[in-house]
Structure formats: structure tokens, C-alpha cells
Design a protein around this ligand. Structure first.
Ligand SMILES: Cc1cc2nc3c(=O)[nH]c(=O)nc-3n(C[C@H](O)[C@H](O)[C@H](O)COP(=O)(O)OP(=O)(O)OC[C@H]3O[C@@H](n4cnc5c(N)ncnc54)[C@H](O)[C@@H]3O)c2cc1C
Length: 413
């Protein structure tokens, strides 16, 4: 088949790669001058299959909208009607049964995906600054006690006291009031942008791949019957048997008036800082549970991420959030990095209320989606690529396609 993939970030490159391997002809269209200039550029690099991030935590007593406001302090939003509708959907997604089901679906896809990424990296001999092990570190009694009751989120690891935690990672020696941690040795992090650039380089000479940079898709071309038959770009029309939107935020205007999906934009920040050449550099990923600080190590840099915001973000809010993140991380790991040399980055990603991606066929013939990966796009990239390739070829995927299909939001479902 002749297939157009829109967007050369981690998810677009992964699906283009998967389809090329299956013998399809791919046109990969990217508005920027090189791959991974969007949200994939500075993201945290965490790809822990068991620690995939949901937008909300499960319902614990407070009903409806109030519960969302009470528990998601990591999130901010403005109050337009669109956001209210989304927040209501988010409140529904918090019912204990639904949350557990969605989380299991997300973990299943993430496990499949991480295994595929590991397999591919061994096959092609790719390294991407991967590191194993996540320590979820606790410094607050209430959060520590609550965490011990959270059965779902605490699988695949073991509880350590403060002493044992320091034995696993000595970089935590300056953390005040450390109570202990939950140690997950299999959880992984790595440089997603670097990984997908290597995948892309592997294919550069493939005659079945046409790469188009500096090219923006303006609209979808549809036949009289409504089938998507190509795209309109500022350089002209390009035809194909089908089109995959893997272009994150850029998919929203292209879907306008075509599909009504509950989507919101999440904004987040990362700080990147060179490590100190000392023993006190983290050897694993560190998640400071009650401080909303995640630290991943990418080679000789630490990457710090934290809070996310739904909806509009003012300049003041952005500056305040980055400053809090910087101060928090600096205090927790003062010896680990050259803090004065830190740089900031901000990225945006789309998310559905259930935190699952839209990966699959749409009700519009010829149009497929690979979007709304939320906070887990790098983790899910390989899995979504394989799932979507199977759906396009009408094969049976290894995971249940209905769980991730954009069609789950259609009125009849
Ligand atoms: C602060 C932060 C931290 C994160 N940390 C993690 C993490 O640790 N682990 C994880 O798994 N995920 C993480 N994520 C999520 C992850 O970054 C995203 O899910 C992922 O990068 C999305 O990849 P993508 O390829 O779909 O989108 P992008 O990387 O945004 O790529 C989309 C591409 O499409 C192009 N494009 C858009 N519109 C058009 C158009 N009309 N025509 C042509 N080209 C177009 C853009 O230029 C862009 O290059 C994080 C996100 C943020 C914001």
C-alpha cells in the first residue's frame, strides 16, 4: 500500500518504520526541518511499563467533578465550556472499576511496546542511553502510608526502608526525611528522540521511503464518497491509499468537523542539567512521590520533569512551575548535577480522559490515528506502531485493538 504518515516525532517514525518493514511505500511528512522537533524533543525519557502515567488517580470517596479538583493538584486548567466537558469525562474516568480497567489496558500496551523497543534495539544494535530501575522515593508519612494501600500501582517491585534505598542509589544521601522507597528494577528510561532518529537513519536509503521536511499538511483530501485519498500541503497534493495522523497537536485542526474526540492539550516542562563527575549521580530513575519530581538520567545529563497543566498556560505560571521544579530537584540532589548550567524546555501533548491513546481506524474510510499518547508517547511508540500496522493489514494484533481505537468515543459505543 501507499501510505502517508503525518508527523516525524517518536510515534510517527515508529509507525513509518514498522510499515516499511512490512513492505509498504511510505511518505513521511514533517513540517519542521528535521525529526523530533515537537514534543519528542525534550521529554523525560521514562519508559516504565508498570509506571505509565494516568491523568487522574482512582475515585476515593468524593463524587463527580469535586473529586477531580481535590486530587489532581498536578493539573491546572481554565474554565471554558470545552474544558468543563473534558473534566466531567475525567471525573467519570475516575470510577474505581473504570480506572482499574483503563490502567490495565495502558500497562498491557506499554509492556508490549517496551518489549518491542528492546527487541528492535538488540536486533539493530542500537543504544539509546538506556538505564534500568526506578526508585519511587517517599518523604511524607501520609503519602507513604497511602502508597502501601495502592495495590494496583505497586506491582513489579519491593518496598525498601531508607537504608536499603541508599544502598540501591547513593545519590539520595541528601534527601531530608526519607522514609523509604518502592524499588522497580525492570522499569526503564532512555533517550527516545535519539532512538527514533537512529530508526529513521536506518531507513533513509530505503527506496520505499519518501521523507518530506519543511512540509505542512493543511487538510485531508476526500473522495466524493468521503474516503480520505491524500493530503493537501503547501507544496501540492499527495495521494495515498490511506493517511495516518501521527502529528500530536497538529492532528486537532485536521480533524475539525470530521471527528469529535474528547481531547485536551497538556503542557509540561523539563529541565536538563549536566551531571557532576562524582559518585553522587543517580544510577536509576527517581520519582519523588510527594514532590512531583521525576529524575531520569540520559548519559551525562539529568532530565527533571514534574507538573502538567490542562488548557491555557500563562507566562507567569510557566515561569513559576519551572522555578519550583528547579528548586525542588536542586534541593533533593544538590551534589548530582551542575545546577547552574541547567536549560529548560516546554512541550505539549494531547490526552483523552481515559489516558489511553487513539490508535487505529476511524469511521472515516482511509483515515487512521496514532495520537493522544498523553504522558507516555515514547513508552507506547513501538507498541502503537505494531498495533496500527496490524489494523491496517487487517491482521489480529497482539493487544485488543478495540481498547485503543478512536471509535471507542463514537456515540454508538
Ligand atoms: C514535559 C513532558 C515530559 C514527557 N515525558 C515523557 C516520558 O518520560 N515518557 C514518555 O513515554 N512520554 C513522555 N512525554 C510524552 C511524549 O513526549 C509524547 O507523547 C510524544 O513525544 C509524542 O510523540 P509524537 O511523535 O506523537 O508527537 P511530536 O513529537 O510532537 O511529533 C509530532 C510531529 O508532527 C509534526 N506536525 C504537526 N502537525 C503537522 C502537519 N500539519 N504537517 C506536518 N507535520 C506536522 C510536528 O512538527 C512534530 O514534529 C512527555 C511529554 C511532556 C510534555
Amino acid at each position: 500500500m501507499q501510505i502517508i504518515v503525518v508527523g516525524a516525532g517518536v510515534t510517527g517514525i515508529a509507525v513509518a518504520y514498522s510499515l516499511l518493514k512490512r513492505g509498504h511505500k511510505i511518505t513521511l511528512i514533517e513540517s519542521a526541518s528535521s525529526p523530533n522537533q515537537g514534543c519528542s524533543f525534550g521529554m523525560a525519557g521514562f519508559m516504565g511499563a508498570l509506571s505509565v502515567q494516568m491523568l487522574c488517580s482512582p475515585f476515593k470517596g468524593k463524587a463527580g467533578l469535586a473529586s477531580v479538583f481535590a486530587k489532581t493538584r498536578r493539573l491546572g486548567w481554565d474554565m471554558s465550556l470545552g474544558h468543563m466537558k473534558f473534566l466531567r469525562a475525567l471525573a467519570n474516568a475516575r470510577s474505581a472499576d473504570k480506572w482499574k480497567k483503563d490502567r490495565n489496558s495502558l500497562v498491557e500496551l506499554a509492556r508490549y511496546s517496551v518489549a518491542l523497543t528492546e527487541f528492535e534495539s538488540r536486533l539493530q544494535d542500537l543504544t539509546f542511553e538506556q538505564i534500568y530501575g526506578l526508585l519511587r522515593v517517599y518523604t511524607n508519612d501520609t503519602v507513604w502510608e497511602e502508597a502501601h494501600k495502592e495495590e494496583e500501582a505497586r506491582k513489579g517491585g519491593e518496598w525498601l526502608d531508607a537504608q536499603q534505598t541508599l544502598q540501591v542509589d547513593g545519590s539520595l544521601e541528601n534527601v531530608q526525611n526519607m522514609l523509604g522507597s518502592f524499588w522497580m528494577p525492570q522499569e526503564m528510561s532512555g533517550n527516545g528522540s535519539y532512538f527514533s532518529k537512529q530508526l529513521q537513519t536506518l531507513n533513509i536509503a530505503d527506496p520505499d521511503l519518501t521523507m518530506m521536511y519543511h512540509t505542512s499538511v493543511k487538510s485531508l483530501i476526500r473522495s466524493a464518497e468521503g474516503k480520505v485519498t491524500g493530503v493537501e500541503t503547501e507544496k501540492g497534493e499527495i495521494s495515498a491509499d490511506c493517511v495516518i495522523l501521527s502529528n500530536n497537536l497538529g492532528a486537532k485542526p485536521l480533524l475539525n468537523g470530521l471527528l469529535d474526540l474528547p481531547l485536551q492539550t497538556l503542557t509540561g516542562w523539563t529541565i536538563t542539567v549536566p551531571t557532576q563527575p562524582l559518585n553522587s549521580v543517580p544510577q536509576h530513575s527517581l520519582l519523588f512521590e510527594n514532590k512531583d519530581v521525576l529524575v531520569t538520567r540520559l548519559g551525562n545529563r539529568l532530565r527533571i520533569s514534574g507538573r502538567f497543566w490542562i488548557g491555557d498556560v500563562s507566562k507567569d505560571l510557566a515561569e513559576k512551575t519551572v522555578e519550583e521544579l528547579y528548586q525542588g530537584a536542586c534541593k533533593l540532589l544538590p551534589q548530582s548535577a551542575q545546577w547552574s548550567e541547567s536549560t529548560n524546555w516546554t512541550g505539549q501533548t494531547l490526552i483523552h480522559p481515559d489516558s489511553l491513546p487513539s490508535c487505529g481506524k476511524t469511521s472515516v474510510e482511509g483515515l487512521y490515528l496514532n495520537i493522544a499518547h498523553g504522558l507516555n508517547g515514547w513508552t507506547l511508540a513501538s507498541g502503537c506502531a505494531e498495533l496500527l500496522s496490524d489494523v491496517i493489514e487487517e491482521k489480529s494484533p497482539a493487544v485488543d485493538p478495540a481498547l485503543y481505537s478512536p471509535e471507542r468515543f463514537s456515540k454508538k459505543n
